[in-house]
Ligand binder design. Structure first.
Ligand code: ZN
Length: 289
């Protein structure tokens, strides 16, 4: 599989331009059918619908991925923050699917088309092929510019990360086979050479990477694919740990700064001066000094 994309846009509703750079790819599901024409039907509907909803891409079991909004513009699928810094992919299927249904003969080809598209987008926008936690998703907007994570999320994570947007969507649902899907993405990325792959992983901004594991030049000749995947999986985990550690330090700094502001505000007053005396009624008190 490799990413093949067909332009079918534009939809009735989208926004030209973005207020900030792309930080993540957002997976959705259409809550509709998952047949070979589902993506075409979805794109056709987006040209008619009047509720202001759109996406960048649709994927279904037949491929290719259909694109209706340019990556540089905002599709309308994930409210303010999700739209501003996200690329939206509508996977034809339902969030209520069981794991087995996500991996059945209808959905697996859809996941493969989606994974090839995601790998392509990661390459195109310097997004590392890692799934972001809710905290990392929020930090993608709110952290200091040099430490905003990039990666892959679903709509449900965006909803939790930005409660101020008032979203309610939980797609792609709790049974989405993230493990299988991310392996598919990694396999697509495996078609890149190591230097390109490492460069992408290092593009999580601001993270000083641990020293990459030694890569024996001869190994690739012997068993390129499997050794590559072991190498990359080891490197991925080390990189993710470094990224998480950096984020934790940033959040701790934010918290310390907030606490300092609160303490300063308390110290500055105004607060009522303590007085010895009698409250209304018969209660007397002596303030502590
Ligand atoms: Zn959604």
């Amino acid at each position: 599989m490799s990413a093949s994309i067909k332009w079918v846009g534009p939809p009735r509703s989208y926004t030209v331009g973005r207020p900030r750079d792309i930080r993540f790819i957002v997976l959705h599901d259409t809550e509709g059918s998952e047949g070979p024409d589902s993506a075409e039907n979805g794109a056709a509907y987006d040209k008619r619908r009047t509720d202001g909803v759109s996406t960048h891409y649709f994927t279904d079991s037949a491929g290719p991925a259909l694109q209706e909004v340019a990556d540089r513009d905002q599709a309308h699928a994930a409210l303010y923050h999700g739209n501003a810094i996200g690329i939206q992919i509508e996977i034809c299927g339902r969030a209520s699917q069981t794991r087995a249904q996500w991996l059945d003969a209808a959905s697996r080809p859809t996941l493969e088309t989606t994974a090839a598209l995601v790998a392509h987008l990661c390459q195109a926008h310097d997004i590392p092929p890692v799934r972001l936690t809710t905290a990392q998703c929020r930090a993608a907007w709110y952290a200091t510019p040099s430490s905003r994570p990039k990666g892959i999320v679903d709509h449900g994570t965006v909803t939790k990360a930005f409660p101020e947007d008032g979203g309610t969507h939980t797609d792609v649902g709790s049974n989405f086979p993230w493990d299988v899907f991310m392996t598919m993405v990694e396999e697509e990325m495996g078609k890149m050479d190591n230097a390109e792959w490492i460069r992408l992983h290092q593009s999580v901004d601001g993270v000083v990477d641990p020293a990459p594991p030694e890569w024996p030049a001869s190994a690739e000749k012997d068993d390129g694919l499997s050794l590559n995947s072991i190498y990359r999986s080891t490197y991925s985990k080390a990189h993710q740990a470094a990224a998480d550690a950096k984020l934790a330090v940033e959040l701790a700094k934010d918290n310390a700064a907030a606490l300092a502001r609160i303490e300063a505000a308390i110290a500055a007053g105004p607060v009522p001066a303590p007085v010895d005396g009698t409250l209304s009624g018969d209660v007397t008190f002596t303030p502590k000094t």
